[in-house]
Design a protein around this ligand. Structure first.
Ligand SMILES: *Cc1c(COP(=O)(O)O)cnc(C)c1O
Length: 392
């Protein structure tokens, strides 16, 4: 491998020997194409005409009045597919095509990355297999159906607890046997090198646009940028635009969930320890026997027991701060944005909004906070209804 893929001591590629040539081929292709004029132009056109970029930066005035400072939303919820995930699947899908691969595989938990990959498989006419734990297949039947409508094959993974971490293990195993024609389209800014670098690159459009929009619309940079963190792709995407602006505070918000005390939450950076997960050295949630925990959060998209290596490093260096939001505060934030702006945020994104709400009284009226609204909440309406039935 040409690069070590390290962020401080985090990251790297702790994978079976048989996978190294595939990762080397991927690294080589990424560095060959990512600044290639033809590749860049083709991706820019797809971002614009297929995904709907640039996404707007919206001053949420009524929401701002409630918290007492200026809140701007980066509207990734308006993209095709309803979330930021399409940035990454378009980028990696195009890379797969330039590498001459004919098949895509991907892991998925809640089904959102699986669906975003299935969309791109259809767009590029590539055979697509989605690995998904059997428990998740059952829980997320609507997304399974949508993936099949796009022509993808959904493979139910029986091992372990039938959730995301088992799906990733099986997808990696499958890849070792089919590296010749198959591209593994990884869903977040984690996994072995070069995935964290690749995913950040394709998500960095969020931060590049947001920074320019702040200067154009507000005439200055924000005081703070806030994003939710599952594996960390939407957060690293928006952080990347402000990394060198030392006065801009960067805050990532994880799922505290119900069980910070039982250990079944997903607050990896807030409460995890260092270990190896899915080929990288990162903070992760382990039990007392060193087994990776199953996480449990109201938002399936944040249910990942690890976090990308760059976030681990940003935490240790103090460049970014990390907090956890619990389910009740997340639901309050969901309701507040919906009632004040008529925008239904994804429950994942509502974690970032919950953190914003916790700042009430702590920031002045002229201070500016940008929130990455990573996705829309249509998929979460029945979950919200089951916790908070609407009173008429
Ligand atoms: C998948 C998802 C997330 C979590 O993934 P990251 O890689 O941490 O960004 C957050 N928000 C939405 C809407 C998602 O679909």
């Amino acid at each position: 491998m040409k690069y070590k893929g390290r962020f401080g001591d985090y990251g790297g590629f702790y994978v079976p020997e048989v996978l190294i040539p595939a990762l080397e081929e991927l690294e080589e292709a990424f560095y060959r194409f990512h600044e290639d004029e033809g590749f860049v132009a083709e991706l820019a056109q797809l971002f614009r005409d297929y995904a709907g970029r640039p996404s707007p930066l919206y001053h949420a005035k009524r929401f701002s009045e409630h918290v007492g400072f200026k809140v701007y939303l980066k509207r990734e919820d308006l993209l095709h597919g309803g979330a930021h995930k399409v940035n990454n699947t378009l980028g990696q899908g195009l890379l797969a095509r330039h590498m001459g691969k004919t098949r895509l595989i991907a892991e998925t938990g809640a089904g959102q990355h699986g669906l975003a990959t299935a969309m791109i498989g259809a767009l590029f006419g590539m055979q697509t297999k989605i690995f998904m734990g059997v428990t998740d297949v059952e829980r997320q039947s609507v997304n399974v159906h949508k993936m099949r409508l796009c022509g993808a094959e959904v493979i139910g993974v029986e091992g372990g607890t039938g959730t995301l971490k088992d799906a990733i293990n099986d997808a990696l195993r499958y890849w070792t046997a089919h590296v010749g024609d198959t591209f593994y389209l990884f869903g977040t800014a984690g996994g072995p090198h070069p995935y964290p670098v690749i995913v950040k690159h394709f998500q960095s459009c969020i931060g590049t646009e947001a920074r320019r929009q702040c200067l154009d619309q507000i005439g200055r940079l924000p005081d703070m940028v806030v994003a939710c963190v599952g594996g960390g792709s939407n957060a690293i995407g928006i952080f990347s635009g402000f990394m060198d602006d030392r006065d801009v505070r960067l805050v990532g918000v994880e799922a505290g969930g119900e069980g910070l005390s039982t250990g079944r939450h997903a607050a990896t950076l807030v409460a995890g320890q260092v270990g190896i997960l899915h080929g990288a050295k990162v903070y992760l949630l382990q039990d007392e026997h060193g087994q990776v925990c199953d996480t449990e959060s109201i938002s399936a998209g944040l249910d990942y027991p690890g976090v990308g290596p760059e976030h681990c490093w940003l935490k240790d260096t103090g460049r970014a701060e990390y907090a956890a939001a619990d389910d009740e505060d997340v639901l309050d934030a969901f309701e507040l944005l919906t009632r004040t702006e008529g925008i239904l945020p994804a429950l994942e994104s509502s974690h970032a909004l919950a953190y914003i709400c916790s700042l009430k009284g702590k920031l002045g009226p002229e201070q500016v906070v940008v929130v990455n609204l990573s996705g829309r909440g249509d998929k979460d309406v029945s979950i919200v209804e089951s916790h908070r039935p609407v009173q008429q």
